[in-house]
Design a protein around this ligand. Structure first.
Ligand code: ZN
Ligand code: ZN
Length: 425
């Protein structure tokens, strides 16, 4: 069975491709790119005129909640949400219950993903057993079970000596350590960014420096060990600058930004709506500008969602009681278009680079390109369609979205995984 996608704007940042042409897929792989391709017999054809055709989007920061918190999300519902958002691969965080800290746990994720037959799922292993920060997890076994990186996300690795050893181990397997950078003493009981707005609202602050001291530590340890470190959800101007300087000095550090951190600010908390509560928190206009600069100059390599589902009854608690996090898979593309393409911060190829080949490189996975021979994970985007975000339409089990009611432009028209059209809008 073959699939021919004709006349789309094919953008493959890994190979510097940005041209109107056709893409032929056979046996689940990219066969050929070019103009006026002839379809073999029994070929399905998709007319992509006026559409962007790119490698399937990769969201390397997703919480799928299974096992343990299936009331918030499951591997099946989370990957269905991914497909609807044009995402063909997700890396899922290990802060499940129990944590993904053994080979068997990573294999369970793979098994459930195979059963769901939606997007590809690449598990990220825990750095420490039970994410308790005391003892290293079975790094080697987790790699064997398919773990593509290591993190205790949701929490930092508090003990610097354990983090140093984690980096030394991960380097042996050429895996990146993904850092949730937070000094828990400085951020303690913080509900929102510490600053003018928190003072005005009388809410306890989580200062930017709580993030920055840990970003500094991670970069220092990466310099010492030669390991690769990826700073998750960079939220502050100071963190952007630290990653920039680390790169200049040759440290193997990459940075990641989430759409909410460059489209919203702490002023949103004036509504006391818990859908604006996440960790790290929304910060100030200056931080937003710094993240946009970091995206522009390449300091920030990766766009991801930090998709963090919570069942409505949990998010409906008072602001200081409500859990951190928002969902993002089904708003990833339009919010990035609104925040990055529309104001001219990034071009389509530059934005898609941070959603395809760059996360693939951080994770060391064979995805994120339309090179002939590659697995045919393809997203077809309608860049012009206007729509209004309505969380009740989402495939995700949860509804904790801060963008409800936003008028946006652009969405996935078709999501193709391994040559199969898994989603069409
Ligand atoms: Zn985190
Ligand atoms: Zn996270």
């Amino acid at each position: 069975m073959s699939l021919l996608i004709v006349n789309g704007r094919v953008v493959d940042p890994a190979n510097g491709v940005d041209v109107i042409q056709d893409v032929l897929v056979t046996n689940g792989r990219i066969a050929k790119l070019g103009g006026g391709l002839k379809a073999p017999a029994a070929t399905e054809t998709i007319d992509a005129t006026g559409k962007v055709v790119c490698p399937g989007l990769i969201d390397m920061h997703v919480h799928l909640r299974e096992p343990g918190r299936e009331e918030d999300e499951t591997i099946a519902t989370g990957t269905a949400a991914a497909l609807a958002g044009g995402v063909t691969s997700v890396a899922c965080m290990p802060n499940t219950e129990p944590a993904i800290d053994t080979q068997a746990a990573a294999e369970f994720v793979h098994l459930q993903a195979q059963r769901a037959r939606n997007a590809n799922v690449f598990p990220v292993g825990a750095v420490t057993k039970g994410r308790e920060g005391k003892e290293l997890a079975e790094i080697g076994g987790l790699v064997e079970g398919g773990a593509v990186g290591f993190t205790d996300d949701g929490s930092p690795v508090v003990n610097s000596e354990i983090m140093r050893r984690a980096m030394e181990y991960c380097k042996m397997f050429d895996k990146a350590v993904l850092s949730h950078s937070e000094d828990l003493e400085l951020s303690k009981n913080g509900v929102m960014n510490e600053g003018f707005e928190s003072m005005r609202l009388g809410l306890r602050g989580y200062p930017a420096v709580a993030e920055e001291v840990m970003v500094y530590r991670e970069i220092a340890l990466a310099r010492l060990t030669g390991a690769r470190v990826h700073i998750l959800h960079v939220s502050s101007a100071g963190s952007v600058e630290l990653v920039r300087r680390g790169k200049e000095q040759g440290v193997r550090v990459t940075g990641e930004a989430c759409p909410h951190h460059f489209t919203l600010t702490d002023e949103c908390l004036r509504t006391y709506d818990s859908n604006f509560k996440m960790s790290p928190p929304l910060r100030t206009r200056l931080d937003v500008e710094a993240i946009l600069d970091g995206l522009r100059d390449g300091t920030i390599d990766v766009l991801s969602t930090d998709h963090a589902p919570h069942a409505p009854e949990k998010k409906m608690r008072e602001l200081d009681q409500a859990p951190n996090g928002i969902i993002g898979l089904e708003t990833f593309l339009p919010i990035c278009i609104k925040g990055l393409i529309e104001p001219g911060v990034l071009s389509w190829p530059k934005m898609l680079e941070k959603m395809t080949i760059n996360p693939a490189r951080v994770l060391g996975i064979d995805r994120g390109t339309l090179r002939p021979g590659a697995v045919a994970d393809v997203t077809i985007i309608d860049p012009d369609v206007e729509w209004t975000i309505d969380p009740h339409q989402f495939r995700s089990k949860s509804r904790n979205c801060p963008f409800a009611g936003w008028k946006v432009r652009g969405r996935a028209r078709a999501t193709i995984v391994g040559g199969d059209v898994k989603f069409e809008h």
